[in-house]
Design a protein around this ligand. Structure first.
Ligand SMILES: C[S@@+](CC[C@H](N)C(=O)[O-])C[C@H]1O[C@@H](n2cnc3c(N)ncnc32)[C@H](O)[C@@H]1O
Length: 421
């Protein structure tokens, strides 16, 4: 299943359940909470003020039955200033109701784009701060502020688990019957292969790196459709590696298999000065912070200026709003490293994926009714490279590490969608 729920926004999606129980243990009377929610829907500021003066925690409550919150009600009705005030009072931007909808979903459904913008920006900032907090905590005492091993998407013992295929060979499963990779992703992998190498016309070399072999779908497509000059594959799992050898991948023209974790292999590649025109990242059971680390290290081996990077975009897959925030977060992180990121829209045949047979025997469904896949295409920002060259020549006093994130154009799925509608 590629990077499952890797985005930090996805981590936060888990939090609202806890918020529900916080609300449950609250001593605030539920009819008062409902009055605040109604007042937020009506933008009845006097009534809201009355309750908030009693206890500011009213801003953060949810109706225990429906899960509706004051922020959701205000977002649904499009009351921009009220949404801002509630957020400033601590209303959780990522709480979800009993239908799994967050304030951003309510604003999007009702086309209140100014509210959507505000919530996207707020959520993005919150996720970036949370990520920084986790990083600094990890630097200080070796563990993250939030225990990353508790994240449902990570599996610290994944590399020790035995893998197996399902009966019809359409999915590679781990020991918990979670899908590592599935056949229905083939069209997505084809689109990624096209984005990576499709614009390179020989004799220009096609040097490609794929991180995570899985079922070898993208590697098979790269071989058959693009005949890469050099084709490196990094794969950590011993069972997958064994299958690669069994299937003769080590004997294929131009293929180099690096058996190990990318965390160990990448520094070796950088040290040996290997460079790639295309890099694809699609691992499994790793955390968002791993992906961020990968992005940082990948800058050493992606050809400048023409290299293209892409990754499987399985970020926060079960909620379009969280998905949009997660894409925004990644885009800003990549901006800072000197990249431009665009998300290309690819149509997905959901009727094929929603077929019950596809998910038979698989513990956790990881694609939900969304018929658009936002394929990331990441390229070097030419201005950034120019600045970097000047710095190296000693002719600029600009600090190339601190990029201005504000001015960059936004291509996140939510904002794209907004433009289309
Ligand atoms: C989703 S699959 C990749 C599917 C692949 N894109 C395809 O087309 O079939 C993820 C793969 O990444 C591998 N993997 C997980 N963590 C890794 C790591 N740290 N380094 C290298 N490979 C890793 C897994 O063993 C698995 O084979």
């Amino acid at each position: 299943m590629a990077t499952p729920l890797t985005a930090t926004a996805a981590d936060s999606v888990a939090a609202p359940a806890a918020r529900h129980s916080e609300a449950a243990s609250s001593t605030l009377p539920m009819d008062a909470v409902r009055q605040v929610i109604d007042a937020c829907a009506q933008n009845d500021l006097a009534c809201i003020e009355k309750f908030l003066q009693q206890d500011a925690i009213f801003a953060c409550q949810q109706d225990l039955e429906t899960g509706l919150s004051p922020l959701m009600a205000a977002s649904q009705a499009g009351h921009l200033n009220l949404v801002q005030q509630l957020l400033e009072l601590g209303a959780p931007w990522n709480a979800i109701d009993r239908q799994g909808k967050c304030a951003g979903n309510y604003a999007t459904d009702n086309q209140h784009w100014d509210v959507v913008n505000l919530l996207v920006d707020w959520g993005t900032r919150a996720e970036l701060i949370l990520g920084e907090l986790q990083r600094s905590q990890q630097r200080i005492n070796g563990t993250a502020a939030v225990d990353l091993t508790q994240d449902s998407s990570t599996k610290p013992d994944y590399l020790q688990q035995s893998l197996h295929y399902n009966a019809d060979g359409t999915a590679l499963l781990d020991a918990d019957e979670d899908a590592v990779m599935m056949e229905w992703e083939r069209p997505i992998m084809r689109a990624h292969a096209q984005v990576l190498l499709g614009d390179i016309v020989p004799p220009r070399p096609r040097r490609v790196l794929n991180v995570g072999f899985g079922m070898g779908i993208i590697d098979t497509i790269l071989q058959s459709d693009f005949q890469p000059t050099q084709h490196y594959i990094i794969e950590a799992h011993p069972d997958v590696y064994q299958k690669m050898i069994q299937d003769g991948w080590d004997k294929k023209q131009g293929v180099t298999i690096c058996h190990g974790k990318w965390q160990d292999v990448l520094p070796q590649l950088a040290a040996s000065k290997v460079e790639f025109d295309g890099i694809f990242f699609d691992t499994y059971a790793e955390h968002a912070m791993d992906m961020e680390d990968f992005h940082r290290q990948m800058t050493d081996i992606l050809v400048k200026p023409g290299g293209i990077y892409s990754f499987f975009n399985g970020l926060a897959p079960d909620n379009l709003f969280f998905h949009g925030v997660a894409c925004n977060v990644i885009k800003l992180q990549l901006d800072k490293l000197g990249f431009d990121t665009e998300f290309l829209t690819c149509q997905i045949q959901v009727q094929n994926i929603n077929n019950d047979k596809v998910w038979q025997g698989i513990r956790r469904k990881y694609w939900h009714n969304r018929d658009v896949y936002y394929l990331p295409r990441v390229t070097w920002n030419q201005e950034f490279l120019g600045r970097k060259t000047k710095v190296m020549q000693g002719s600029s006093d600009q600090d190339d590490e601190t990029m201005d994130m504000e001015g960059s154009e936004d291509h996140s799925p939510l904002k794209r969608q907004r433009r289309i509608e």
